[in-house]
Design a protein around this ligand. Structure first.
Ligand SMILES: Nc1nc2c(ncn2[C@@H]2O[C@H](COP(=O)(O)OP(=O)(O)OP(=O)(O)O)[C@@H](O)[C@H]2O)c(=O)[nH]1
Ligand SMILES: [Mg+2]
Length: 242
């Protein structure tokens, strides 16, 4: 009668994650890629913030990301503390083709380090990698380890921020670092996977046994507070690297 193959329910933990960054760097697009495996060419700006969830299966536990996708437009900046309060993780996003966006990202990192929960896991994410060509281009998964990053942006390349510049800064500040493309999906799952793995056990709240079913599935439930209804209509993606 014993059923040795029956999977023992994994503990399930909620992780609050906030996305911050200058307007139009691709925060919502990264979330859309992660949650729906979708991309929209002309995504409208986020108004206020959007809330989405996505589950990731780690070998020993289920992580349910509670994602707050904030609006990058300056007029919404004062709302940000509401969303990063109690967050265990943050994606600070910049656009690899826009130097001002890295400056802005550094401001967000400083603010998080000053005012967010101690121990918050922060990932610095350079997005729009698909616009960067030839030299300076990296496999996003290798960005963390690469020792061969070019030091100067290459002529004719839309890239304006070298991997080395951002990676050196991330290392100094103890941040995870990735380059991504929400458009073609490069590096997106790796970011969330790395965050899920980087949250210390002690930081995981809401641990509870998972239900008897639904171990393998991704779930997507969106309770949006976004007035702009910028959700994608696609179905749940069918794989998660987490
Ligand atoms: N080529 C390219 N375009 C992208 C990428 N990610 C986002 N975009 C485009 O950039 C524009 C802005 O993307 P959003 O995801 O709305 O940016 P956001 O950071 O959420 O902007 P706010 O909500 O205003 O803060 C949209 O037109 C996207 O289609 C990417 O990886 N590559
Ligand atoms: Mg947005």
């Amino acid at each position: 009668m014993s059923d040795s193959n029956a999977s023992v329910p994994k503990p399930s933990s909620s992780v609050k994650l906030v996305l911050l960054g200058e307007a139009a760097v691709g925060k919502s697009s990264l979330v859309l890629r992660f949650v729906n495996n979708d991309f929209q060419e002309n995504k409208e700006p986020t108004i206020g913030a959007a809330f989405l969830t996505q589950k990731c299966q780690l070998p020993t536990r289920t992580i349910k990301f509670e994602i707050w996708d904030t609006a990058g437009q300056e007029r919404f900046a004062s709302l940000a503390p509401m969303y990063y309060r109690n967050a265990q993780s943050a994606l600070v996003v910049y656009d690899l083709t826009k130097p001002s966006s890295l400056t802005k990202a550094k401001h967000w990192v400083a603010e998080l380090q000053r005012q967010a929960s101690p121990g918050i896991v922060i990932a610095l994410v350079g997005n729009k990698l698909d616009l960067c060509t030839a030299t300076g281009e990296h496999d996003a998964a290798e960005a963390e380890n690469s020792e061969t990053a070019t030091e100067e942006p290459q002529e004719g390349d839309a890239r304006k921020i070298t991997t080395k510049e951002a990676k050196d800064y991330a290392e100094e500040e103890g941040l995870l670092f990735f380059e991504t493309s929400a458009k073609d999906g490069t590096g997106v799952q790796e970011v969330f996977n790395a965050i899920a793995n980087a949250i210390p056990e002690t930081q995981l709240k809401g641990s509870r046994p998972a239900g008897a079913t639904g171990q393998a599935g991704q779930t997507r439930d969106e309770g949006r507070v976004n007035l702009n209804a910028n959700a994608g209509a696609g179905g749940p993606k069918d794989g998660c690297a987490c």
